[in-house]
Design a protein around this ligand. Structure first.
Ligand code: PEP
Ligand code: MN
Length: 352
């Protein structure tokens, strides 16, 4: 349920309404939007009479029920206003969200050694990326496959951050690793396989770094938003949703089926920023450029692209990784497309 306060409601009145609702056993959450203040009420609200709440203050504009099972993640919860997630990086603040320029995240599937991670960081930075994404802890289908260098790779990511000024995104697979990863990473990734690891979601929701929540490979959009709800409910409002392809019947020509239609669907349902990962979504580097452009056209807020200096020798996900040269070319195309849809960071060119 949400309580929408009228424009210009004095703060003391908002606080008085909160205090009154607390005496009813509720925990109102104050959401300060660009135009209005909204109070979110989550919990045992089924029996509450909206008219009784309206009587608490003449400054209450309306009281609405959030119909969906995901409450904090729903678009209604923020009065239809998209959330923006600010991530401070050495190169400056980067914003994820509907009203902001497209954000590009790139890097190798796994951090393999210092030389390669610094090389990729410098190359993707020069091409215009905002974040370096590289795995230290890797969720692999086979226990015999390369599992990531773990803690030692975290210090290599820290070195790449210093060298390039890029923000760092890396995956957390296990609850005890959260704190040490959060010391290095600017955004914590929860991978597809852990999307419904509820104890991990609860713990990651208790720390302050933004979270990139990948869609489970068989997750419905509702499952995914309910997973985001766990993080939001634990106190972390900064969740980015990342589509990375879902399982369908064809595994011969594509690794997964990239669900670009999730962009408009999510836009309708949630205020959270959206990222598309065409690398895992298709599994083949040949298909990454066209899917990047299609995702921008569909309205994504950001992209994740795997880049490796020598994909043939990659320790994981080589076939879907672009070379730095291919990434340079793709960034040129991405910039053109971003301009077309008004999501470019460059100022629009004035037409005489
Ligand atoms: C990854 O991002 O490298 C990864 C393992 O992705 P996913 O969890 O989507 O499979
Ligand atoms: Mn990968």
């Amino acid at each position: 349920m949400i309580v929408v306060m009228k424009v210009g409601t004095p703060e003391v009145e908002v606080n008085r309404v909160c205090a009154e609702l607390e005496t009813w056993g509720l925990s109102p959450e104050k959401i300060v939007g660009k135009h209005k203040v909204v109070l979110g009420l989550v919990g045992e609200t089924a029996e509450l009479d909206p008219y009784r709440i309206e009587e608490v203050s003449p400054w209450i504009e309306s009281v609405l029920r959030v119909e969906q099972p995901f409450k904090r993640a729903s678009r209604t919860y923020r009065q239809n206003e998209a959330s923006e997630i600010k991530v401070p990086t050495p190169n400056g603040d980067v914003y994820f969200g509907e009203g902001h320029p497209l954000v590009i995240t790139a890097g190798p599937c796994s951090v393999e050694n210092e030389e390669m991670i610094i090389e990729v960081a410098m190359r993707v930075k020069a091409a215009g990326a905002h974040f370096l994404r590289g795995g230290a802890y890797k969720p692999r289908t086979s226990p015999y496959a390369f599992q990531g260098h773990g803690e030692s790779a975290l210090s290599l990511l820290a070195a790449a951050r210093t060298a390039s000024g890029l923000g760092i995104i890396t995956e957390v697979m296990d609850t005890p690793d959260i704190d040490k990863i959060a010391e290095v990473a600017d955004v914590l990734q929860v991978g597809a396989r852990n999307m419904q690891n509820f104890s991990l979601l609860k713990q990651i929701g208790k720390q302050n770094k933004p979270v990139l929540l990948k869609r489970g490979m068989s997750a419905t959009i509702e499952d995914w938003l309910m997973a985001a709800e766990y993080i939001l409910a634990a106190g972390n409002p900064n969740v980015i949703l990342c589509e990375r392809g879902v399982r369908t019947f064809d595994r011969q020509y594509t690794r997964n089926t990239l669900d670009i239609s999730c962009v408009p669907v999510l836009r309708k349902l949630t205020h959270l920023p959206i990222m598309i990962d065409p690398s895992h979504g298709t599994g083949w580097s040949d298909y990454v450029p066209s899917m990047c452009l299609a995702s921008i056209a569909a309205g994504t807020d950001s992209l994740m692209i795997e880049v490796h200096p020598n994909p043939k020798k990659a320790l994981s996900d080589g076939p879907q990784s672009l070379t730095p040269d291919q990434f340079d070319q793709l960034m040129k195309e991405i910039n053109v497309m971003a301009k077309v849809v008004g999501r470019s960071s460059e100022k629009p060119v004035a037409i005489a």
